[in-house]
Ligand binder design. Structure first.
Ligand code: NAP
Length: 335
């Protein structure tokens, strides 16, 4: 095998917004494998908001990326060499590997998937971690019931677009917000949201939600935090639930921002707020994948990707996604 292994390492920790300087492209040899190991040619990798937190030197539910070390991502790849009896050459695997052309692994945490009816990149999005997150938050955390009213922020993205569609499948009313008119149009006219708005141009977000959700919100699937979360809070119904999935509006902030105002409403309206991590309930994740394969086949679940070409473009894909340049799930095609 004469190819070079390009890798992207963390060059420095960001101070506020991530820049290209925080990444470095290096070239190395394709790793040799030993007993129990496999060599994977990486085909697609995912860039996700949680990576921003891993770029900080801070304790979290996953360890921080290390300066000078290859960054990690969700990857779909093909096994090209195997000295591990669980995998054979040609298998397609999904799991956490490197921002690189070839990764060596002992197979821990890797799942084998079939080459079938769905594009392999879907295992990083609608059939992968973001899709599982949508289901885990709606079903596991918010205990969504048919007929309820759901509000979701970052609604056209990897998680939000699945949230809205699952809620519709479950017989709920869904309102979402996104950062461009094209995205708003997509939510209503392609994904079947009942109503949606552009949070950048709507004026008061709280008043817009009040207008579009006149009976209030039973379940807020919160992806953004900050002003949008506060506006949703003002519109919650009694005994409403907030599934606190992400707070992307904060991820690049240099200082901790104060929480949303109006927290007293949580008491007055007996609201339940729960943060969650997608991997809290693996059984629910598997349940979702089974259902989602069916929904995709039936055309009930639609899915859109923005695909950056080439490993060298992974940093700009990541930075762009954090700024809302992605439409649907942001993927990087490596090979
Ligand atoms: N808890 C978990 O286990 C878990 C798992 C996966 C994801 N998440 C969280 O879920 C959220 C969505 O993740 P994703 O993978 O689906 O990403 P995504 O929605 O595909 O991409 C991020 C989107 O966030 C929006 N955004 C960025 N900054 C914003 C701001 N200041 N205000 C409003 N919107 C902003 C942008 O869309 P617009 O153009 O609409 O602004 C951007 O496209 C993130 O907060 C992420 O951390 C949590």
């Amino acid at each position: 095998m004469s190819e070079i292994n390009q890798q992207i390492v963390l060059n420095s920790r960001p101070d506020g917004w991530v820049t290209q300087d925080n990444f470095k492209l290096v070239e190395g040899q394709i790793p040799e494998i030993g007993e129990g190991e496999i060599l994977v040619r990486n085909l697609y990798m995912s860039v996700d908001p949680y990576m921003r937190s891993r770029m900080n030197d801070a304790k979290s539910y996953v360890p921080p990326f290390q300066i000078g070390k290859v960054l990690e991502a969700g990857v779909v790849g093909e096994v090209v060499k195997s000295q591990n009896p669980k995998f054979k050459e040609g298998d397609v695997v999904v799991g956490m590997l490197g921002w690189e052309n070839f990764s060596k692994s002992d197979g821990a945490g890797l799942l084998t998937v079939e080459r079938g009816d769905v594009p392999l990149s879907y295992y990083l999005g609608v059939l992968g971690m973001p899709g599982m997150t949508a289901y885990a938050g709606l079903v596991g955390v918010a205990n969504l019931q048919a007929g309820e009213r759901v509000f979701v922020s970052a609604a056209s993205g990897a998680v939000g677009s699945v949230v809205g569609q699952i809620a519709k499948i479950m017989g709920c009313e869904v309102v979402g917000c996104a950062g461009s008119d094209d995205k708003v149009d997509y939510l209503v006219n392609e994904l079947g949201f009942d109503r949606a708005f552009n949070y950048k141009t709507c004026g008061s977000i709280a008043k817009t939600i009040a207008k579009l959700c006149p009976k209030g919100i039973d379940v807020n699937f919160e992806n953004v935090g900050g002003e949008i979360m506060e506006a949703a809070l003002w519109n919650m119904r009694d005994f409403g639930r907030i599934a606190l999935c992400g707070m992307i509006s904060d991820y690049n902030a240099k200082d901790m921002t104060p929480g949303p105002r109006g927290m007293g409403l949580i008491i007055q309206r007996r609201i339940k707020l729960q943060g969650f991590i997608v991997f809290d309930n693996p059984k629910l994740n598997m349940e979702f994948v089974q259902k989602a394969i069916g929904w995709l086949a039936e055309g009930k679940l639609k899915y859109r990707e923005t695909v950056a070409e080439g490993l060298e473009n992974a940093p700009s894909a990541f930075i762009g996604m954090m700024k809302g340049e992605n439409f649907g799930k942001q993927i990087v095609k490596i090979a």
